[in-house]
Design a protein around this ligand. Structure first.
Ligand code: ATP
Ligand code: MG
Length: 377
């Protein structure tokens, strides 16, 4: 038998084996045999000329394409399997833990919050004192529980306040990021909402904190996906305010875009207490500075009033960042210059606020001021 014929027979054998393997979805065997078949075709083509050569080569390229397709398919299957396994693992973990469990009680206390005296006082009367002095509240038949909405520009301390509330009340604290309600948890958003409230009801005393609430309770007209879940949220909130449940669950919502909230959330019986968390004024900025510089060596000539003046429009988070930067400057100097005094100086702060500007957008500031003017009760 000629060498060419031998090649043809071998080619046929590998190709048939590949077809059988494909039929059985045995992808590794299929690829190996297709590869061998292609090699034989390549040799066959070397023995041919003209149209016969072209046809053999075309067929060879077709086989190479086929191999690529199978390899891609296998890759896809592999990642699909991996994703499914991860999903299963996550589901199992959730089933074990229960979907919504109270978060560890945060360390934050009211003493950690500089300034915001009005806010702290409002929170005290609404949240802390009803638990501390229940008799007094009962005597005056004061309705307690329900919802409070903390609203204010980003970085002004809303999350900090919610954490401090959880710390001070000793209540079970459920922290829910609203952007997670529809995506992170398995199942329907409405079911997830019911689950959060149900888990909270099972506790003696609970605080549910819905952070970034505008992401969830967004105006229904702007987001059709919310059409069904907003009523569920409202119904659950209404339930919390009902006579047999009051005193038990406090709902705190936080938002830096209150104008995006569905109007229904702001009506009595829902977030009936709205607390504006403003940008820190000069005095508050001074207090934040004091907090952050507590126990840190500072130059006796440090001009705090100038720093406070220069930071008009900074939020709490910016102030935090500024102090960190000033510390960094002092550290750098202390490391590289042995003769330098190891204290934080005016220059350290000057350099810092030359780099760190207020992160609050002017447009957000204007929109917030407008909303506050129109809605503040
Ligand atoms: N009044 C404050 N006293 C002390 N630190 C503050 C104060 N306000 C803000 N900060 C600092 O800024 C950081 C951010 O604050 P927080 O996360 O509470 O802001 P937020 O209002 O929830 O912002 P966002 O709207 O972006 O969620 C805090 O971790 C804290 O370091
Ligand atoms: Mg926050």
């Amino acid at each position: 038998m000629s060498y060419l014929n031998e090649l043809k027979i071998e080619y046929n054998r590998y190709f048939t084996k590949a077809l059988l393997a494909i039929a059985k979805e045995d992808w590794n065997v299929a690829v190996n045999n297709l590869d061998m078949a292609t090699r034989r075709l390549s040799e066959i083509s070397a023995h041919r000329t003209g149209i016969a050569k072209d046809t053999t080569q075309d067929w060879m390229f077709d086989l190479v394409e086929e191999i690529k397709k199978i390899e891609n398919h296998v890759k896809l299957e592999k990642s699909k399997k991996k994703a499914l396994a991860m999903l299963e693992e996550k589901k199992e973990k959730q089933a074990q833990e229960g979907k919504f469990t109270p978060t560890d009680v945060p360390e934050t206390t009211f003493d950690d919050i500089a300034g915001l005296e009005d806010v702290k006082q409002a929170v005290m009367y609404k949240v802390i004192y009803p638990q501390k002095y229940p008799d007094v509240y009962k005597l005056f038949k004061k309705r307690t529980g329900g919802g409070i909405l903390l609203y204010g520009l980003p970085g002004t301390g809303k999350t900090l306040i919610a954490e401090a509330i959880a710390h001070e009340t000793g209540a079970s604290f459920f922290s829910v990021k609203c952007s997670d309600l529809g995506s992170k948890w398995f199942g329907e958003t409405e079911q997830n909402i019911r689950d959060v409230f149900e888990s909270a009801r099972a506790c003696e005393n609970a605080v549910i904190f819905f952070d970034e609430i505008e992401a969830y309770a967004t105006n229904r007209r702007d987001n059709s996906a919310m059409e069904r879940s907003v009523p569920e949220f409202l119904a659950q909130m209404q339930g919390v305010g009902s006579s047999e449940e009051k005193n038990k669950i406090l709902i705190i919502g936080a938002t830096n875009k209150p104008w995006k909230l569905d109007g229904a959330f702001l009506r009595p019986g829902r977030f009936d207490e709205k607390i504006y968390v403003p940008l820190p004024d000069a005095q508050s900025r001074k207090k934040i500075l004091g907090h952050r510089m507590n126990g840190v060596p500072i130059d006796e000539n440090l001009n705090v009033d100038v720093i406070v003046q220069e930071t008009e429009g900074y939020n709490g988070a910016d102030m935090d960042y500024l102090c960190e930067k000033a510390k960094e400057n002092a550290i750098r100097r202390s490391i590289w210059d042995a003769s330098a005094t190891r204290v934080i100086t005016n220059e350290d702060f000057e350099q810092a606020y030359n780099v760190i500007k207020s992160s609050v957008l002017q447009s957000d500031r204007e929109e917030m001021e407008k909303w506050v003017k129109e809605n503040r009760s």
